[in-house]
Design a protein around this ligand. Structure first.
Ligand SMILES: [Zn+2]
Length: 310
């Protein structure tokens, strides 16, 4: 066996789909496949699919002359990485699933379980847009908003597996209700879903966040107002993040980052206006796209392997 033969079995499990790959230790993907999560089948069936897919990937690696050395699995929700337990997930339905041990037993490989956004941040900080920054805040903005604080290549997990919930920073006390049950959270104002919802509410016509961005850029006043309000709220949230973490780079990922300069130019200005003595972080778009979760799951598995062999 030469080191070039080693691969990690990596899975990024989302509410609708699973991104799966065989990843080399240097972060190169040698094989990728996608499967439906079909969460409506219930958590047991989803776990069954995760284990079958992981086993299939390990078999595929061996058939191709590669050596699977570890398995990394990323899931959404609250994840206890130390115990390897998917504690809670709204969109996949997990409640205290010991996914790490289940995968370890099935595959007979060292396995790590991580949180989808935290491992995405890990990948962006080590292989993507935050490379060489040391202190990175990765913020994923899509249907919700979540973050990962990565210092020297390791993402903070929190005492209860729930670090990084920047989407639930209170930014508008009189604002719209959040899925968590409280009004005015950042993600209730500035997530891609919230932007579309707000525009629909004011205009009476449905629109995606991308369409709101396009219309704002084309000079439509209502779209401009909705977009501006979201950018201001995001800047409030990021300023709080910077006050807490003092990072060198903030990496923005998720669907909203695709708005490009329409997001980044006003957001950079609004963030600058809110910082006083804090140093302004570099504000950049994520570089790894939707592969970040899979790559991060692989990195987490390799980190665990390195710790175990020490
Ligand atoms: Zn909330």
């Amino acid at each position: 066996m030469t080191p070039g033969d080693e691969v990690v079995v990596a899975l990024d499990v989302g509410g609708t789909g699973m991104k799966c790959a065989l990843v080399r230790p240097d972060g190169a993907t040698v094989h990728a496949e996608r499967h439906a999560t079909d969460a409506a089948r219930g958590p047991e069936a989803v776990v069954g699919t995760i284990l079958d897919v992981a086993e299939g990937l390990a078999g595929k690696a061996r058939a191709d002359g590669l050596t699977p050395v570890a398995c990394g699995i990323a899931v959404p929700g609250v994840v206890d990485e130390a115990r390897g337990v998917a504690v809670w997930s709204a969109n996949v339905g997990f409640r205290d699933v010991p996914l790490r041990d289940l995968a370890r037993e099935r595959l007979d490989l060292p396995t790590a379980l991580g949180h989808d956004v935290r491992v995405g941040g890990l990948a962006e900080a080590r292989l993507g847009a935050g490379r060489d920054a040391g202190h990175v805040l990765f913020v994923a903005i899509g249907t919700g908003i979540a973050a990962a604080h990565v210092v020297d290549g390791a993402a903070a997990v929190g005492a209860h597996g729930a670090a990084g919930e920047i989407g639930h920073i209170l930014v508008r006390p009189d604002g719209p209700p959040c899925g968590c049950g409280r009004p005015g959270c950042l993600e209730a104002v500035a997530s891609a879903s919230a932007i579309g919802r707000r525009y629909a509410e004011l205009s009476g016509a449905p629109a995606t966040a991308a369409e709101v961005a396009d219309r704002a850029a084309a000079g439509e006043p209502l779209a401009g107002q909705v977009w501006r309000e979201a950018v201001e709220a995001l800047a409030d949230g990021l300023a709080t993040g910077q006050a807490l973490f003092d990072v060198a780079t903030i990496v923005i990922g998720g669907g909203l980052a695709q708005a490009g300069p329409r997001l980044f130019d006003p957001l950079r200005t609004a963030l600058r206006e809110r910082l006083t003595f804090h140093r302004e972080p570099r504000l950049v778009a994520a570089a790894l796209g939707d592969e970040a979760g899979c790559l991060g799951a692989a990195l987490l598995a390799l980190d665990t392997l390195a710790k175990e062999s020490r």
